[in-house]
Design a protein around this ligand. Structure first.
Ligand code: HEM
Length: 480
């Protein structure tokens, strides 16, 4: 009997899901929680039989959902972290394994790969448009060479030891071990290093300095309960059904599920971002009625202050809990949090329900699970622009087309989203090569009426490459 993926608020030890969770890779329904990772991208070079035998053997090292839970319990009881392992495949990976097409995951974006800019996606569900090619407005010529060439799969290794040197050494040993066992089977095309950055309160931050990973769909009741402790969920229900992120694995048995992965290496221009925020703050101060600083301008870009306080809730930072129980019902004109703010674009929390009179379930079905990690230098105030710093963006979803691509294309990149002149997401919005972004419309100091100022803000995050992958069930990987 198949599991019911419409269910919300289950617990990990629910007897109906034990077979599913034994087969399901970890890091999907809960983050793996280690601060250091290596993303090992590879391309098969062996024949399909040899490739399959290696995958079948490697499958025993993958951390399952239940395995991850056991490791977490041991760690909380005073034990040490163990190395966490995921394996994901691109569509060319399925081909290199000689898997019959009827067993391939079906998502159109997965089947085409991220580099294929010609494939036309039907990203808007209202039937009043033509399907669009290159909805992300990517420019593959600008990608790092490892991402421009073929990627058949990626192994994610994650660990946090007692010291940075122990962590580095252990992960280096694991990568060497992988290289040795892959000899004649696959070439390692890139080992991407990722590390969590934290602020002085030990909260996870990204390179612009903002607390990150606050808002994510919650699959287990105990995780939702954490939201409850941080302010409740009366105004934003973070619970999500399993089919937000899981699909049946076409190659597995009755208890086999997997998830689609979007991987994007997003470089951040920290110096440029803060310089432009100074300019935005000065412009808002001159044209508005009250002085604002770069920190405030930053909150208008992100939708939250650096410490995570939502700007739709109050006009200054200071909330010590990672608050997620909010929506934009008290800010329907975007006077506190502008419509273009990153968090408002990527989770409109009711804006599209008001605008299009569509059921809230449709907006909620766009949610993605974010499992990214930072890369590069830890310096948050570098002397030069475009340093080696950014986010290894990883989103998990049941449909790449209807969730990640929809979010990036129809919300982040869409200048007319919610209001005609909203503009693009100042953090991650991208227009097609050669197109000039229109200025966004910025409210002045919090609660100060309707005077808005036009100012163009974009271009401080660029994509260095990526791929669409599928994280199959362990059962499938063991029985090729
Ligand atoms: C939230 C930063 C890329 C989707 C956030 C938050 C920050 C942030 C600071 C607020 C904290 C939180 O709610 O967790 C960044 C940076 C990026 C980036 C610096 C690139 C370097 C992306 C991309 C997408 C995305 C490419 C998808 C297209 C989201 C979503 C949320 C979020 C869904 C949660 C919104 C909510 O539920 O309120 N991001 N992000 N982010 N971001 Fe990003």
């Amino acid at each position: 009997m198949s599991a019911n993926l419409n269910q919300t608020n289950i617990e990990i030890d629910d007897p109906n899901f034990q077979d599913v969770f034994t087969n399901l890779q970890g890091n999907i329904l809960k983050g793996h929680g280690r601060d250091h990772s290596r993303h090992v991208f590879f391309r098969f070079i062996g024949n399909s039989d040899e490739n399959c035998r290696w995958v079948e053997k490697f499958a025993s090292k993958i951390t399952s959902t239940l395995g991850q839970e056991q490791q977490t319990r041991q760690y909380k009881a005073g034990g040490r972290h163990q190395v966490f392992v995921n394996l994901m495949l691109s569509c060319s990976g399925y081909q290199a394994l000689g898997i019959k097409q009827k067993y391939w995951p079906q998502d159109l974006a997965f089947r085409s790969g991220m580099k294929d800019l010609q494939v036309r996606y039907d990203t808007v569900p209202r039937g009043d448009h033509q399907p669009k090619s290159n909805p992300l407005n990517d420019d593959v010529q600008q990608w790092e060479s490892a991402f421009r060439s073929d990627i058949d799969g990626m192994i994610l290794l994650a660990y946090a030891g007692d010291s940075p040197s122990e962590t580095d050494q252990l992960l280096a040993d694991k990568v060497t071990e992988l290289k040795n066992e892959l000899a004649g089977i696959a070439e390692i095309t890139l080992v991407q290093v990722g590390h969590v950055m934290r602020n002085d309160k030990a909260q996870v931050i990204e390179h612009f300095g903002f607390v990150d990973g606050v808002s994510n769909p919650k699959f287990f009741f105990s995780d939702l309960n954490e939201e409850f402790k941080n302010g409740g969920y009366s105004r934003n229900d973070a619970s999500a059904s399993l089919n937000t992120v899981l699909v049946k694995d076409p190659g597995g048995d009755g208890n086999s599920y997997g998830t689609y992965v979007t991987y994007r290496k997003l470089q951040q221009n920290i110096k440029g971002f803060w310089k432009k925020l100074d300019l935005l703050a000065n412009t808002l101060s001159e044209l508005g009625q009250q002085k604002v600083d770069a920190e405030y301008a930053g909150a208008l870009c992100v939708g939250r202050f650096k410490d995570g306080t939502p700007i739709s809730e109050q006009g200054n930072d200071g909330w010590s809990n990672l608050f997620n129980n909010f929506n934009y019902d008290d800010d329907v004109d975007g006077l506190r949090c502008p419509f273009h703010a990153h968090t408002r674009k990527t989770n409109p929390r009711g804006d599209t329900v008001r605008q299009f009179n569509s059921p809230p379930t449709i907006e909620q079905s766009r949610r993605i699970v974010r499992r990214g990690i930072s890369f590069g230098e830890k310096n948050l105030a570098p002397d030069s622009e475009w340093t080696e710093a950014g986010l290894l963006f990883i989103s998990l979803q049941a449909s790449i087309v209807d969730q990640f691509i929809f979010m990036q294309h129809t919300w982040c990149n869409n200048e007319g989203f919610i209001r005609k002149k909203t503009g693009i997401d100042p953090l991650v919005g991208q227009l097609a090569n050669g197109e000039t972004p229109q200025p966004q419309s910025w409210p002045g100091k919090w609660g100060n009426g309707a005077s808005k100022v036009d100012f163009e803000f974009s271009g401080f995050v660029r994509n260095l490459g990526g791929e669409y992958l599928f994280m199959p069930s362990i059962h499938f990987l063991r029985h090729l």
